[in-house]
Design a protein around this ligand. Structure first.
Ligand SMILES: O=P(O)(O)OC[C@@H](O)[C@@H](O)c1c[nH]c2ccccc12
Length: 255
């Protein structure tokens, strides 16, 4: 079952509709061996970092033409608990090959970062080595629960991404076990770092006991302060990718 994308506004709608046109199922390679669960590694005490391999983005254009494997290895050395790999090609310069190559190079659980708009993309994620997938509520709406169920059936964890109070409600209704709060509005691309703490508090007040991840826009250590005691993890891409030394940048950010 596919979501209705015709009325999704802004850049998000543009990317997602293009993605949907491209999904044509094909025979998949056998999935690589299982690695530690994405969700479980984030349950460790303290704020975990999910470091992201991201070569370009709609807001920044080209970020860095660094090889994905080199980036992922530096992240692992720097203490990342998990790695996110963009697989969207047109706007983010990613690929499934990047995901598989990173899988073969590091031991950390991987998140397939893409605009999932067809259940086949979940099977694909698993076949190319992901332990988890991103599910964006602004795209999947009421179908979020269906995609969550299908991800579970395939043995994948799902990071359910929200940006508004209404989307958070939908994520909690769908019984998400990991919720990502994106500081970036994917329609306008604006960042507001007060979004994650605000919606994070609401999620906890509503009794959410799962993994909470703050996403986007972090580049300085002080910015992580409001997340302490509330969030399990933070997802960081651009500021790390832009650093001359990714390992050092990661250590400097989280100590
Ligand atoms: O590069 P940043 O600002 O550190 O952000 C990372 C990550 O949160 C961002 O890439 C992201 C969050 N949600 C997404 C959905 C699709 C594509 C990308 C994203």
């Amino acid at each position: 079952m596919r979501p209705h994308l015709s009325r999704v506004p802004g850049v998000l709608g543009e990317i997602a509709r293009r993605r949907a046109e491209e999904v044509v199922p094909y025979p998949l390679p056998p999935a690589p061996e299982a690695v530690p669960s994405f969700r479980e590694v984030l349950f460790q005490p303290g704020l975990s970092v999910i470091a992201e391999v991201k070569k370009s983005s709609p807001s920044e254009g080209a970020i860095r033409a660094l090889d994905s494997v080199a980036a992922a290895r530096a992240y692992q050395r720097g203490g990342a608990r998990a790695i996110s790999v963009l697989t969207e090609p047109h706007y983010f310069g990613g690929s499934l090959e990047d995901l598989l190559r990173v899988r073969q190079a590091v031991d950390l659980p991987l998140l397939r970062k893409d605009f999932v708009v067809d259940p086949f993309m979940l099977k694909e994620a698993r076949a190319y080595g992901a332990s988890a997938v991103l599910l964006i509520v602004a795209l999947l709406g009421e179908l979020t629960g269906v995609y969550l169920e299908e991800a579970r059936r395939l043995g994948l964890d799902a990071l359910v991404e929200v940006h508004t109070e209404r989307e958070l409600e939908l994520a909690l209704e769908a019984e998400a076990e990991m919720v990502g709060i994106n500081n970036r509005n994917l329609t306008t691309l604006q960042i507001d770092l007060t979004t994650a703490p605000r919606l994070g508090r609401l999620a906890r007040e509503a009794g959410f006991g799962g993994v909470l991840v703050a996403e986007s826009g972090y580049s300085r250590r002080e910015e992580l302060k409001p997340l302490e005691g509330l969030f399990d993890a933070v997802l960081i891409g651009t500021s790390l990718m832009k650093s001359p030394d990714l390992e050092e940048a990661l250590r400097a950010l989280v100590g």
